[in-house]
Design a binder for this molecule. Structure first.
Ligand code: SF4
Ligand code: SF4
Length: 440
């Protein structure tokens, strides 16, 4: 699928360096990207910062390795990927890409999340093995044999933690008679974890290249992602690293392209009044979901609850906790209203977080994929994290999950597992936690 002959392919470090050369020569340091950035008024120590100095600190760090001023470091750390800065740049630089790429060098200088890929891979394995029988685990984690298909459905890594949303997407693709194959899990990472979180461009580039090659082995017309981090990493941050012969897009855009076909198959009313959770960072995803949900018979959308960043979680809105808390309280207030039956989650990370909020504040959370499947007259794949969440006791969860874990070949000491589950369930590796999974 790579069309450039190997001798002309540049390495990933050179690709990143070239991207920086382009951004550094185009950027006039006008500071407009900082001025419009919604995290700035909420981020500690940034409200009064000079926008020009903030962006200059980032650029000097990248060009000359000048130590990062505190406000510039905070800006990088708190960037939630909302993308508001992109249209604000008069020079056509993509400041979101600039900050995503800055994270690599920050992690290279001082990595606050060491061994995150290794920890994540193990945490995902445990979490999915608690929920699914081996054949279903294999469907999500075992690399499929290459064959010619129209579509590769690319799950990414962390969405495997909430497998029901992925199986629901597959049900929708089945209804649309799409010839597809599923790829995902840590063995098909997009490379963002190594390059952005560990600052290891060599591994990040190798992983991305390997995954792109494997997509190409299926000769697909389209590779459709679920995970918004993969979408931004492969589709924006490192776009152009390798030439490919397929379109890369988010699954929701594909469903929107086929909305007439999909809507014609909606045959079952879903009598609910819902609030729909969306994100600012990939607005087209939220808009597609709203449009498809509006076509479901019986379903009433009471309101949209847009939150910052491109998703919930460590890569998205959690990076700017003050801004997130400010908006989240409004989402919760909305969902507690008597005329609302449920909150509809968007991505996997959103679903995990919001379900916990629902448990705490007494409202139901469903993923939009469940509603699509229900409208197609099928039983949606149930949220298999939910029964564990309801137990609300880590030891009880280990006891409950024991047989399934054993069937999936995981034989951890029950006490050790109970101690580590709170971190596994909250992706603590992306906060520098889950240290017991690091190499000793
Ligand atoms: S992507 Fe959003 S949070 Fe990040 S710098 Fe741009 S405006 Fe700020
Ligand atoms: S808005 Fe564009 S040109 Fe101005 S500082 Fe930001 S990236 Fe540079």
């Amino acid at each position: 699928m790579t069309t450039l002959p190997p001798q002309t392919e540049i390495g990933f470090s050179d690709f990143v360096a070239q991207s920086w050369d382009d951004m550094l020569s185009a950027c006039t340091r006008c500071g407009k990207c900082v001025e419009v950035c919604p995290v700035v008024p909420f981020a500690p120590g940034m409200a009064l910062a000079d926008p020009v100095q903030v962006v200059t600190g980032v650029l000097d760090f990248m060009r000359d390795s000048v130590p990062l001023p505190e406000t510039s470091a905070t800006w990088i750390r708190q960037c939630n990927g909302c993308g508001d800065c992109i249209p604000a740049c008069p020079e056509g630089v993509n400041p979101r890409k600039m900050l995503m790429m800055s994270c690599s060098k920050v992690a290279e200088v001082h990595n606050p999340t060491p061994h995150v890929f290794r920890k994540m891979a193990r945490a995902i394995r445990i979490m999915v093995s608690m929920q699914l029988v081996p054949a279903d685990v294999a469907r999500l984690l075992r690399p499929p044999q290459a064959r010619d298909v129209d579509v590769v459905f690319y799950t990414g890594c962390n969405p495997i933690r909430t497998p029901h949303v992925l199986f629901n997407v597959m049900t929708v693709l089945d209804h649309l008679d799409i010839e597809y194959e599923v790829m995902g899990g840590p063995s098909a990472c997009c490379g963002i974890v190594y390059s952005k979180w560990e600052g290891d461009l060599k591994k990040g580039g190798r992983v991305a290249e390997q995954t792109l090659h494997r997509f190409g082995d299926f000769k697909p017309q389209k590779v459709l992602s679920w995970c918004p981090s993969c979408q931004i990493h492969l589709g924006e941050t490192i776009k152009g690293y390798r030439e490919v012969k397929f379109d890369f897009d988010h699954i929701t855009q594909f469903l929107l392209e086929r909305e007439d076909d999909l809507i014609a198959r909606f045959n079952t009313p879903v009598n609910k009044r819902v609030v729909v959770h969306t994100h600012h960072g990939l607005p087209e995803v939220g808009q597609a979901v709203l449009r498809l949900l509006r076509a479901i018979p019986g379903l009433t959308i009471v309101e949209e609850a847009e939150e910052p960043g491109y998703m919930c979680g460590a890569s998205g809105s959690d990076r700017s906790p003050e801004l997130k808390a400010h908006v989240r309280k409004d989402t919760i207030t909305l969902c507690k209203r008597d005329d609302v039956d449920a909150l509809v989650s968007l991505f996997h990370g959103c679903h995990l977080q919001l379900s916990k909020e629902g448990q705490t504040h007494g409202f139901q959370v469903v993923n939009f994929t469940e509603l699509l499947v229900a409208a197609l007259g099928e039983q949606p794949c149930p949220d298999t994290v939910e029964p564990f969440r309801q137990l609300n006791d880590w030891r009880a969860m280990v006891l409950e999950a024991g047989p399934m874990l054993k069937a999936n070949g995981i034989n951890m000491d029950p006490e050790e597992l109970a101690a580590v589950l709170p971190e596994v369930f909250t992706s603590a590796e992306f906060r520098g936690g889950l240290c017991s999974f690091a190499p000793q």
